[in-house]
Write a protein that binds this ligand. Structure first.
Ligand code: SF4
Ligand code: SF4
Length: 163
């Protein structure tokens, strides 16, 4: 049936496109880490909690639609579209060529000037994608990443064993 096949092809093509687009956020080391985890059936879990040191606000990489920001030009385009990103200023580049930013809302004490209205990226930091992008947590961050077997996988295994 053409309709069904067309949809299936489109859906797998979309999946493939999404996968390839996702790769733009990976570093080479990150891809091997991802594959190594996949082979062992593991994933990354974030543990710990924020100590409020503010280190991540003073040195953070930002993502655009096509990957991590590497140029001032790409950053300025983001600011035009999302003026709330004006709070960030470029402070340098890492070895992979990714820009580092500092946030002007971060006080000398490491607190946020408007914590209730911080950006989603601030609320979600640190995401496990950091591991695959070749980034690392700031020194003394209260969070850490551990390799775990996903709960859904353990559950599936238990159910299969009981059958
Ligand atoms: S570096 Fe870690 S502990 Fe410090 S403010 Fe950021 S998330 Fe919290
Ligand atoms: S908005 Fe607040 S939480 Fe987000 S980076 Fe700036 S100071 Fe940190």
């Amino acid at each position: 049936m053409p309709g069904f096949n067309g949809k299936a092809v489109k859906s797998s093509r979309e999946k493939c496109q999404r996968f390839l687009q996702g790769l733009r956020f990976f570093s080479l080391a990150g891809i091997s880490k991802f594959l190594f985890l996949k082979v062992r059936g593991k994933s990354i879990l974030r543990t710990g909690s924020c100590r409020g040191c503010g280190a991540c606000c003073r040195s953070i990489c930002l993502e655009g639609a096509s990957g991590w920001l590497r140029s001032q030009e790409a950053f300025l385009k983001i600011v035009v579209k999302y003026p709330e990103y004006k709070r960030f200023e470029i402070i340098g580049k890492d070895q992979q060529g990714l820009l580092f930013f500092s946030c002007n809302w971060c006080t000398p004490q490491g607190t946020c000037l408007d914590y209730d209205h911080r950006l989603p990226l601030c609320r979600n930091f640190p995401e496990s994608s950091l591991v695959f992008s070749g980034g690392s947590l700031p020194d003394n961050c209260g969070y850490s990443f551990v390799e775990v077997v996903p709960f859904a996988k353990i559950l599936r295994r238990e159910i299969q064993q009981k059958r």
